[in-house]
Design a protein around this ligand. Structure first.
Ligand code: PLP
Length: 351
């Protein structure tokens, strides 16, 4: 089965498992786990921040950042397709009493002019505008890379307005490899940055939140409150360290395999890439046919050995990762093209 559902489906390789098995560990809640401490230093340095904290998931990491920056009754500004707004159960409201003001981006990107009037006046009728969050690469947007100048301009504007800034960088390293712009440059203008080890980097579990040491001071309490205090977490941190050593540069191949998928889909007249340009490892396409839903297409493709996710009634998402070789991507294209041909000829099995 060629599993293109997500870049989270990867299995740790034997060498990663070996690194996990031999990790030096301690109790990171009582005091310190040495391997976790090493990972935290390493990721802080990579992101050009003073400190970082290991967290169990990207969701918890983002929500801890919201909690860190906001008080109940505060408002955050975010792009309407972002993960924090769409895929975390509105946890910013449930856990932190924060409301969201969404902005519709073009290719998941918005401009200072789009948000300039969103700062609420300082009076008792209004929520307090407090936080700007961005997501790079943008998941729902189709792995889109927000341009660096755009990110910088938005962060500088936010700082001038007295807002805190947070980057959901679950796939930041995809942006790093695709652009050649270092992680610390992408991270520089943000107060806090989250990254995931369990996406394209191929570790089984884990994320981190990086930022200035003083700003992160309340984070240990917040992580404990959210249930994220972990004991011998070095076993997981060892996998993340292995991923940082071995799996960053290879993300380029995931972008290559995604480009192969995209080229195949471009040849199918009833399928339309959305967005048209595929920047990294996520490919989203629309099925322009009343006769074939995305869900049905995904069923048929799965029967033919290619597993993708229906992303809406008419959109399909395919994500490449470290188990997808160039031949596997070509094979997936062959299946997609064959199904498309059957659609064109009206010979698709109806279900
Ligand atoms: C996957 C993802 C997360 C959340 O990660 P989990 O570890 O699944 O909680 C956050 N942001 C983005 C953009 C993601 O793709």
């Amino acid at each position: 089965m060629i599993d293109l559902r997500s870049d989270t489906v990867t299995q740790p390789c034997p060498a990663m498992r070996q690194a996990m098995a031999s990790a030096e560990v301690g109790d990171d809640v009582i005091d310190v786990d040495p391997t976790t401490a090493k990972l935290q230093e390493r990721i802080a340095e990579l992101l050009g921040k003073e400190a970082a904290m290991f967290m169990p998931s990207g969701t918890m990491t983002n929500q801890a950042a919201v909690r860190l920056h906001c008080r109940p009754g505060d408002e955050m500004i975010c792009e309407e397709g972002c993960h924090i707004f769409n895929y975390e159960q509105g946890a910013f409201a449930q856990l932190s009493g924060v409301i969201a003001r969404t902005v519709r981006g073009v290719r998941s990107t918005f401009q200072v002019a789009d948000v300039a009037d969103l700062i609420r006046p300082d009076n008792e009728h209004a929520a307090r505008t407090r936080l700007l969050t961005l997501e790079n690469t943008h998941n729902r947007g189709g792995g889109v890379i927000l341009p660096l100048e755009n990110v910088q301009a938005l962060c500088r504007w936010a700082r001038d307005q007295g807002l805190a800034t947070h980057l959901d960088g679950a796939r930041l390293f995809n942006a790093v490899v695709a652009t050649g712009i270092a992680a610390d440059v992408w991270a520089r203008e943000f107060d806090t940055v989250s990254v995931c080890f369990s996406k394209g980097l191929g570790a089984p579990v884990g994320s981190a939140l990086a930022g200035p040491r003083e700003m992160l001071a309340p984070l240990r309490r917040i992580r404990k409150l959210f249930g994220g205090g972990m004991r011998q977490s070095g076993i997981l941190a060892a996998a993340a360290l292995y991923a940082l050593d071995h799996n960053i540069e290879r993300l380029a191949r995931d972008h290559q395999t995604a480009a192969i998928l995209a080229d195949g889909i471009r040849r199918c007249e009833f399928f339309r890439l959305e967005p048209e340009q595929v920047d990294t490892n996520i490919v989203i396409f629309r099925i322009d046919s009343q006769r074939l839903s995305a869900a049905r297409f995904c069923e048929l493709a799965k029967e033919a050995g290619v597993w993708m996710l229906p992303f809406s009634r008419c959109h399909v998402r395919a994500v490449t990762h470290l188990h997808i070789s160039l031949p596997a991507a070509q094979q997936a294209v062959a299946v997609i093209e064959r199904l498309h041909q059957q659609l064109v000829c009206g010979r698709l099995p109806t279900g």
